[in-house]
Design a protein around this ligand. Structure first.
Ligand SMILES: C[S@@+](CC[C@H](N)C(=O)[O-])C[C@H]1O[C@@H](n2cnc3c(N)ncnc32)[C@H](O)[C@@H]1O
Length: 746
C-alpha cells in the first residue's frame, strides 16, 4: 500500500514535469523492491525526459533483464539507445515492440529514426566517398605454422629424389654478371631477342651457350629459367633458379621460384620463396603477397574440400569459396560442425535445455508437456514413456549448472575448455557466467549495474576460445613432461584459430573494460603453474575474429522431433497417434548458439546471395549446411548474406559497415543506386531540382541518360535487375519498414 501511494505521487510528479522528484521517489521504491521491473521503466522515462540517456538506458536494460516485455520498454530502450548511438541495442529493444504490435505508429516512427541515425552516421563517415576497401593481404600473416619445418624437409626429399634437385650446387668464383663480355654477351643478347620473338628452344640453346661461357652469371640463369618456364619445363626452370646463390636472388627469382614450387605442389617451398620476395620489396608488392596467400590458402583448405564441389581461394577480399564444377539450385554443398561453439545473447534461450558441448537438445517429456503430462490419458503417458527419447543428461559435477547430453560430452567439454571456465572455479568465472545469463549486464567496477558487453555473442564465447587454447597447450606440456608449455606448443594450440580473419576499427578493450578484466582474472592462473596474460591487442583480435566470423546455428532435431517421427509411424489402427497430436501443437524453441566454422566462414557476403546457410545435424552435433539458392557456374564465387537484403542500398551498406566493419562490394551494391539525385552509372548529380529516371524494371538504379542506362546494363545491371515486388517497393523508396520485422541471418 505504501508502495502504491509512493508510486502514485511519483507518477503525478512525472506528469507535472517534476522529473528529479519523480526519480527520487522511484529510486526509493527500487530500493524497497529491487526486482520489480516497472519502477526501473518509470524511472528510465524520467531520465529520458531529463536527457539523461545513459541512466535511462541502464534502467531499460535492468527492466529487460527482469523479464519486462512491453511496448513502453521497447520505446524507452529503443529511443535512448538510438540517442547514445548504440544502434544494435536500439534494434534489440524495438524488436520487443515488433513482436507485440508491429503496426504501432510510435514504434514505426522510432524505427524510422533509428534507420535515419544509421544513415546519418554513414554520411558523417563520408558515405561512399570515404570508402576505401581494406587490403586483405595486409592482415593475413606470413608466419609459418607449427610443424612447417618438418613439412619443408619432406618437400626437400621430394625435390632431391623425384626432381633430382640437390640442396647445394657449386657456384664458385661468382662475379656479378651485369656486364657480359665477348661471346657470352653476344649470345645472351641474341637469346633474349629470340625469346621475345617466341622462339624459345633456340633462345634456350643460346642461353646455354652463354652460361657455359660464363657459368656464374645470375642474370643469364634467370633468363634461361624464364624461357624454360614458358616452355612448361618447370624442373629445368627451377634448376637454374636454384643454382643462383641465395644472396644473389633478386625479387623476380624468388617470385618465379615460388610460382614453380606452387605449380609442382610443393607449397612450403613456394611460401618460403614468396616470403623472400615480400621481404625484398619491404612488403610493398601486393602481387607477391597475394601469391603467397593463394598458396597458403590452397594448402590449408584443399584437404577440406577434397570431395566437395567447392574450393577455397584467395581474392581481393581475402578468402572466398568458388565452385569447382557447375552446381544446381537446391544442391547441398557441404555440412559442417563448429570448431568451437558458444552462447548467443538471446533472452528466449534456455541453455539448461541443451548440451553445452554439442548443442543437442536435451528436452525431456516433462520439460515439453509440463503439467499436462499429469492429466493425460494413461495410454498416451505410456506412449511418451516408450517413445520419448531417453537422453542420459548429466550436469558438470563441479558447478551442477552446465548440462550435457552424455557422459562423453561432459568429459570432452571438461578437457577441451570447461575446466578453466567452470562457474564453480572462481569468483571471476562465476561472475562471467552471471553476466552472460543477464544478457551482458552486470555490476561494473564503479558499482553501477549496466550493460558491460556489446555483441550478440556471449563473452563466455571468448573465454571459451582462450580456455581451449590454454587447455590444449597444457595438455601438450604434460604429454612432453614439461613444466610450462613451449613456444611451439602455444603456437600449435593457437593454430586452429589462425584460419579466422579479424578486422575491426575500434577498441573492444577500451569499450568493455570490465569483461576484459574478468577474463584476465580468469586466466591469470590456469593451474599447474601456467599463466596467461591477455593483452589489449589480443582481446581486440579475438573479439573481432568473433565479430567477423561467427555464425549462429541451432541443433534442429530435438527429442520432440524424434518423438513425432515415432508417433507418425504408428499404424492407422493405433488411435494414440491421432489423440497425441493435439498435445504436440507447439514446436519447442531451439536454443541458438554461435560457432566458428572453418569452411562456412570463408563465404563472403553478397546482397544477391547464391547460397543459403541453415541449421543441420552433423555427426550428432548441431551445425550448419550450405545449400545452393540458384544455379551456379563452374568458377563462380559462392556468396551468403549476413543481413536482411530487402533493405535499400544505403541502409544495407551502413548496416554491414556497423555490424561487420566492411563496405559491401557486391554486384548489387555496385549496380544499384541510392536515389534519383545521382546517376548510378556516371555519378553525375542532378541539377536544378530535376531528378533522374529510375530503371523501369527494378526501380533501384537511376540514370542521367540512355547511354548511361545501356552501359550499366551491359556492365552488370542486368544480373541484379529484378522486377520490384510490392513488398520491397517500400525499400526501393527508402521507406523500408522491413527492417523492423526481419532478423539478420547472421
Ligand atoms: C566470414 S568472413 C568471409 C571470408 C573472408 N573473406 C576471409 O578472408 O576470411 C567476413 C569478412 O569478409 C569480408 N567480406 C565479406 N563479404 C564482403 C563484401 N561483400 N565486400 C567486402 N568485404 C567482404 C569482410 O571483411 C568480412 O568481415
Amino acid at each position: 500500500n505504501l508502495n502504491m501511494t509512493e508510486d502514485k505521487t511519483a507518477t503525478e510528479d512525472f506528469q507535472a514535469g517534476k522529473y528529479a522528484e519523480a526519480v527520487e521517489k522511484y529510486s526509493a521504491l527500487i530500493n524497497a523492491t529491487p526486482n520489480f521491473s516497472s519502477y526501473y521503466l518509470k524511472r528510465g522515462q524520467c531520465y529520458l525526459k531529463s536527457n539523461k540517456y545513459k541512466e535511462a538506458l541502464q534502467d531499460a536494460q535492468k527492466a529487460s533483464s527482469l523479464g519486462e516485455k512491453s511496448m513502453e520498454l521497447a520505446m524507452l530502450g529503443g529511443k535512448v539507445a538510438t540517442k547514445l548511438q548504440m544502434y544494435e541495442e536500439a534494434y534489440r529493444f524495438y524488436k520487443i515492440g515488433v513482436e507485440l504490435d508491429n503496426t504501432n505508429t510510435d514504434l514505426v516512427e522510432g524505427l524510422r529514426n533509428l534507420q535515419q541515425a544509421i544513415l546519418d552516421e554513414y554520411e558523417l563517415e563520408g558515405g561512399e566517398d570515404a570508402e576505401k576497401g581494406y587490403s586483405a593481404v595486409d592482415f593475413c600473416s606470413q608466419d609459418p605454422y607449427p610443424g612447417d619445418d618438418k613439412l619443408l624437409q619432406i618437400e626437400q626429399k621430394i625435390l632431391e629424389n623425384k626432381h633430382n634437385i640437390q640442396d647445394t650446387i657449386p657456384w664458385k668464383d661468382y662475379k656479378d654478371g651485369g656486364e657480359f663480355r665477348g661471346q657470352a654477351s653476344e649470345a645472351a643478347i641474341e637469346a633474349h631477342s629470340l625469346m621475345v620473338a617466341g622462339k624459345l628452344e633456340e633462345a634456350v640453346q643460346k642461353f646455354t651457350f652463354a652460361i657455359e661461357t660464363e657459368p656464374n652469371n645470375a642474370i643469364l640463369r634467370r633468363l634461361r629459367s624464364e624461357a624454360y618456364y614458358i616452355m612448361d619445363d618447370k624442373i629445368n626452370s627451377l634448376r637454374d633458379l636454384w643454382a643462383i646463390p641465395k644472396n644473389q636472388r633478386r625479387v623476380e627469382v624468388w617470385r618465379l621460384g615460388g610460382q614453380i614450387f606452387h605449380d609442382l605442389n610443393l607449397p612450403l617451398h613456394a611460401e618460403l620463396w614468396f616470403k623472400n620476395a615480400t621481404r625484398l620489396t619491404d612488403g610493398k608488392d601486393e602481387g607477391v603477397k597475394i601469391l603467397f596467400q593463394r598458396t597458403r590458402i590452397q594448402r590449408l583448405y584443399a584437404p577440406l574440400c577434397n570431395n566437395l564441389a567447392i574450393n577455397v581461394e584467395f581474392s581481393d577480399f581475402g578468402k572466398c569459396v568458388v565452385a569447382k564444377k557447375a552446381i544446381k539450385e537446391g544442391e547441398e554443398l557441404f555440412t559442417e560442425k563448429p570448431l568451437i561453439m558458444g552462447q548467443v545473447m538471446d533472452k528466449d534461450n534456455n541453455f539448461a535445455l541443451s548440451c553445452d558441448n554439442c548443442a543437442a537438445s536435451i528436452l525431456t517429456a516433462e520439460d515439453y508437456f509440463g503439467s499436462t503430462l499429469e492429466t493425460m490419458e494413461p495410454d498416451l503417458k505410456e506412449l511418451i514413456r516408450e517413445s520419448w527419447p531417453d537422453i542420459p543428461t548429466v550436469a558438470c559435477d563441479k558447478c551442477q549448472k552446465v548440462k550435457y547430453c552424455s557422459e562423453d560430452c561432459r568429459r570432452q567439454a571438461w578437457v577441451s575448455q570447461h575446466e578453466l571456465i567452470c562457474p564453480a572455479r572462481s569468483e571471476a568465472t562465476k561472475k562471467l557466467h552471471e553476466i552472460s545469463q543477464n544478457l551482458g549486464h552486470g555490476v561494473a567496477e564503479d558499482g553501477v549495474w549496466k550493460n558491460l558487453w556489446d555483441a550478440h555473442f556471449s563473452p563466455l564465447f571468448l573465454a571459451r576460445v582462450w580456455s581451449s587454447i590454454i587447455s590444449a597447450a597444457k595438455h601438450m606440456m604434460k604429454e612432453s613432461d614439461g613444466s610450462v608449455p613451449t613456444a611451439e606448443q602455444w603456437a600449435k594450440a593457437r593454430s586452429p584459430f589462425r584460419k579466422f580473419m579479424a578486422f575491426g576499427n575500434s577498441s573492444a578493450a577500451d569499450s568493455m573494460p570490465t569483461i576484459l578484466n574478468l577474463i584476465r582474472e580468469i586466466f591469470k592462473d590456469c593451474g599447474d603453474g601456467v599463466q596467461y596474460k591477455i593483452t589489449d591487442n589480443e582481446f581486440n583480435g579475438r573479439y573481432f575474429q568473433a565479430v567477423c566470423n561467427l555464425q549462429t546455428f541451432s541443433s534442429p532435431i530435438t527429442p520432440y522431433h524424434r518423438f513425432m517421427t515415432r508417433v507418425s509411424k504408428l499404424g492407422a489402427e493405433d488411435t494414440r497417434g491421432m489423440r497425441m497430436l493435439k498435445y504436440l501443437q507447439t514446436t519447442p524453441h531451439l536454443n541458438t548458439y554461435c560457432g566458428l566454422f572453418q569452411l562456412q566462414s570463408c563465404l563472403n557476403h553478397s546482397c544477391t546471395n547464391n547460397v543459403q546457410v541453415s541449421d543441420a545435424e552433423v555427426e550428432g552435433y548441431g551445425g550448419v549446411k550450405v545449400v545452393a539458392k540458384a544455379d551456379i557456374k563452374k568458377g563462380d564465387e559462392l556468396f551468403t548474406t549476413y543481413i536482411d537484403t530487402s533493405m535499400p542500398r544505403r541502409l544495407r551498406r551502413a548496416w554491414l559497415f556497423r555490424s561487420f566493419n566492411f563496405w559491401c562490394h557486391c554486384h548489387r551494391c555496385e549496380f544499384e543506386g541510392d536515389g534519383p539525385e545521382v546517376c548510378t552509372e556516371c555519378q553525375k548529380k542532378a541539377e536544378n531540382n530535376s531528378l533522374f529516371l529510375a530503371c523501369g524494371q527494378c526501380h533501384r538504379a537511376w540514370y542521367c541518360s540512355v547511354p548511361c542506362q545501356k552501359s550499366a546494363w551491359r556492365r552488370g545491371h542486368r544480373k541484379i535487375c529484378r522486377k520490384t515486388k510490392s513488398s520491397t517497393d517500400a525499400a526501393a523508396n527508402q521507406d523500408s519498414i522491413e527492417l523492423s520485422n526481419k532478423e539478420p541471418e547472421k
